[in-house]
Design a protein around this ligand. Sequence first.
Ligand code: GUN
Ligand code: ZN
Length: 433
Amino acid sequence: MSHLKAWRSAIVHCIADPKDVGIDAAYEYFEDGLLVIQDDKIYALGNAVDLLPTLPDNTLIEHHPDTIITPGFIDTHIHYPQTDMIGSYGEQLLTWLNTYTFPEEGKFSDKAHARNVADRFLKELLRNGTTTALVFGTVHKVSVEAFFEASEVHNLRMICGKVMMDRNAPDYLTDTPESSYQESKELIDTWHNKGRLHYAITPRFAPTSSDEQLHLAGKLLSEYKDVYLHTHLSENKDECAWVKELFPESTNYLDVYDQHKLLSERSVFAHGIHLCDSEYHRLHETGSAISFCPTSNLFIGSGLFKLNKAEEHKVNVGLGTDVGGGTSFSMLQTMNEAYKVIQLQNENLNPIKSLYLSTLGGARALRLEDKIGNLAVGSEADFVILDKKGTPLLESRLALSKNIEESLFVFMTIGDDRAIQATYSAGKCVHQR
Ligand code: GUN
Ligand code: ZN
């Protein structure tokens, strides 16, 4: 038996969705807890006083009196090729794409460039405590190869795919239905389920794919049982009007994807802001998920995500940063903006619910809850050590906190990368401040 390693700290994780069981039954909290790891998996979790006497003498124990351990964060929608264009000014979606995004993505035909950005992107995720993400590449096959090669170095559980885009984009960024099918297939054969990596079939969004290309995306999804489908849906009003014009036969935006058999238990649709009841219903019926991306929705001026509507219809929801439309890699800052989006609709987002959305809820949206998302025994050891003294303001504010819910809320309101003391992936330290 290989040696055990243990972390003694306050520990919190979600075990259920607060909407199903209420807030109190949705999480476990150990004020003086012990997280025990064997190799890459969680071996034990509980109160330090109970577990310490049970461990072999040679167990390595790290004691952190001023931290809170949580599961690694899960970002259900992000674009790695947009890392260097984060914070691009003054446009809504369609002009933002043409003005900033497409020229930036053009650079990813060069694999060396792609690898350089992928390395910096992953470093930024890990600095922010994100251990798993569902990631857009560009139209270039090499962009996805570079991303997976970079992810493999750190043994990260990551999902990525080549953008399929055969119209309404510059020539230097378009493929054809056949080439996109063939290249996606080659990438799936090489990378899907290799170590901790997974593939997502990735048509950019309805306006940049022909019917033929969407049909071939659906064919791929049916040919490979457990690959993902990742795209955008109903983000911006002008975009929705354009989809109506381009696909007059479809009854609504989601129906474009539905007609091409793109809805599934492994389908993740970013944004879903302007949806009608029948679209929520269909998302639920097919087990599809929405990625709620608050920093992006505010920054690009897209609108307010209706979490209550999604919940009413029992649609799976995860949280996403959507960098570079989103303005932060930090899931703590993403929870901060999610809270405000819900506030503007006269509702409240409980901190345990936010923690759920960025950990176990994200894992469920990605159908990975048997592997990641919480600290249950047997799960992969992806976790974060939050530093209560990460900034002077965190330290003074948290000193006044009365309970774990309040402490979490403070972290997710004024915390960012400075609050992440360390990040672990499959039991190995992949970031230390
Ligand atoms: N819709 C189509 N492409 C994109 C993109 O790159 N970012 C966002 N936020 N929305 C999109
Ligand atoms: Zn996006």
